[in-house]
Design a protein around this ligand. Structure first.
Ligand SMILES: [Ca+2]
Length: 230
């Protein structure tokens, strides 16, 4: 039997071999059915009976409480990451992000994200870098450089940093280790060219896709906002 607490939540739609014209749903087709319905936030699939349940409810726990009966709960879209506002949700990492097509200076870009309940994106894990960089690469209209949420301390922007020196922090406060994930940086970066490169962006290297680069914050550039779980 299913977990009693899960049983309290009736699905909005139940799909089985009868409703699917004799073809039993798979976990994959169940997920696709959910993704294609704007109201569907979670799906529950039984690997034993091949029944697919679509829920408008959000299950923040993505794993079934009772795996022994073959039921698994999946969340496909959760309400703090709103697709209708243009955000994209990655179920694996929980990343909720949006590429802003308009161009702003870095400080104004971050303020614009804040006004939408988000901030400039922090690519502070390899998984997040992978998702964002690969997504940018498959979109041919992506701009050449895009601001993300890392900078030198803002009160130090007028200070001429010695060439090559860096003290980058993510907008969430953590110091950015430029040694870790070296493969995500463009060659020779960060280089603090002309001693005014106070922020970090994604730069399209054409051959190598998008890579990290330090750059001036005063250019007008597209930017990426990230919404974090409240
Ligand atoms: Ca640079």
């Amino acid at each position: 039997m299913r977990d009693k607490s899960l049983d309290d939540y009736k699905p909005d739609v139940t799909l089985d071999s009868h409703s699917e014209a004799g073809s039993a749903p798979t976990s994959g087709s169940c997920g696709k059915k959910c993704s294609s319905r704007p109201w569907c936030n979670s799906f529950v699939y039984s690997f034993q009976s091949s029944v697919c349940e679509l829920h408008s409810l959000v299950f923040h726990s993505q794993v079934s409480k009772n795996a022994s009966d073959g039921m698994a709960t999946f969340t496909t879209h959760i309400d703090w990451c709103r697709r209708e506002e243009g955000f994209t949700y990655d179920r694996v990492t929980g990343l909720c992000w949006k590429l802003m097509e308009e161009r702003r200076k870095w400080l104004e870009a971050n303020a614009s994200c804040t006004a939408q309940g988000s901030s400039l994106i922090t690519l502070d894990t390899t998984a997040k870098k992978d998702i964002v960089i690969r997504s940018m690469a498959v979109n041919p209209d992506s701009a050449n450089t895009i601001y993300i949420g890392a900078s030198r301390p803002v009160d130090m922007w007028d200070t001429a940093w010695p060439d090559g020196q860096h003290d980058f922090h993510w907008v969430t406060g953590q110091r950015l280790d430029t040694i870790v994930d070296r493969e995500f940086w463009a060659e020779w970066e960060p280089n603090n060219h002309q001693l005014i490169q106070n922020v970090i962006g994604l730069r399209n290297n054409q051959d190598g896709g998008y890579l990290l680069d330090d750059m001036p914050g005063g250019y007008l550039r597209q930017y990426i906002c990230e919404k974090r779980l409240p």
